[in-house]
Ligand binder design. Structure first.
Ligand code: S0N
Length: 274
């Protein structure tokens, strides 16, 4: 899968590509020889790029993908799996993909999974957590945990069940079958299926549509969708956005200004909406 778009490299990494085109940031796992399996370093780099994309006010939407056209991501790299997690150069076992999952979930910008080839194991969970998933016709989806001695009982189970329903989610985990792109579309696991050659153009077209929309409205919607499912953390996210909006109002500014001017605030002029 080659790109015809003039993506600009934002920062050089070892395991990922981090690029931008217009207001679209693209984070791409670049380990095609391992079907884009992730190590602690891969995840650390993805996390940093995700944070950079969050902080960059010119970025309105993020694409998550994998290089090579044969795999989105095949999960944790089993060759560096140690006793307590995945082991990097510092010999410390980690499961830092869980932090990345929460980042994708809470970043106040839409994240779109662009899936070609395998989305398997922890790689499957990554696409599930993204706000939207666009799949190439060659995409294959599934969980492998019970085959390889692991499981994701967090978003990988509960949020998957919210997406495809309890029976289907249990089938996916208990049987560890693989599903093609049309199966995925039918069960609501992906939003659209396109030929591989059209995957990037379609994903970018969707992102461009998103970029035309009100960023604050998108931000509120993402946190509203999350709030229903994420308990106190979800309410904190939604409430943080409500605070952001309130800060922008003259009413909130009157409170701040009165404090700085050492006077009593005058909120009388602000309407008491019904
Ligand atoms: C994807 C599969 C089905 C593709 O098969 P295919 O096309 O026959 O290709 P292969 O020849 O198998 O693969 C090509 C090369 O890539 C290597 N490779 C592929 N996947 C991995 C991987 N995950 N780790 C390391 N190497 C990988 C192959 O070895 C091969 O290399 P060469 O040619 O040198 O032999 C097939 O590849 C497959 O089944 N892959 C493994 C999928 C898998 O089981 N992934 C791990 C699943 N678990 C997780 O991801 C858990 C991590 C996690 O996110 C987590 C989260 C929360 C809580 C717990 C966990 C947890 O740790 O459990």
């Amino acid at each position: 899968m080659t790109s015809n778009l003039p993506w600009k490299t934002i920062k050089e990494y070892k395991d990922i590509l981090f690029q931008q085109y217009k207001g679209i940031a693209k984070i791409s796992i670049n380990r095609p020889h391992k079907h884009n399996a992730f190590t602690p370093l891969t995840v650390q780099e993805m996390s940093e790029a995700m944070e950079l994309a969050r902080q960059d006010t010119s970025v309105g939407v993020i694409i998550l993908t994998g290089e090579g056209g044969k795999a989105f991501c095949s999960g944790g790299d089993q060759s560096v799996r140690g006793d307590g997690g995945y082991v990097g150069d510092d010999f410390v076992p980690r499961l830092n993909v869980l932090d990345l999952q929460r980042q994708i979930r809470t970043i106040p910008k839409p994240v779109v999974a662009m899936v070609a080839g395998w989305a398997i194991g922890g790689g499957h969970v990554l696409h599930v957590i993204c706000d939207l998933s666009i799949a190439a016709e060659n995409a294959r989806f599934g969980q492998t945990g019970p085959n390889v001695g692991s499981f994701d009982g967090g978003f990988g189970a509960s949020y998957l069940a919210r997406v495809v329903g309890q029976k289907k989610a249990r089938e996916i985990w208990l049987l560890c079958d693989q599903y093609d792109a049309q199966d995925a579309l039918q069960m609501g696991l992906v939003n659209k299926v396109v030929p591989l050659e059209e995957l990037e153009a379609t994903t970018v077209a969707w992102c461009e549509k998103i970029l035309e929309k009100s960023p604050l409205a998108l931000r509120m919607l993402k946190s509203a969708f999350n709030a229903e499912l994420d308990g106190q953390a979800g309410i904190q996210e939604l409430a943080g956005n409500a605070t952001l909006l309130y800060y922008l109002s003259d009413e909130a500014k009157e409170g701040k200004n009165a404090f700085l001017e050492k006077r009593k605030p005058d909120f009388s002029k602000f309407p008491k909406f019904p």
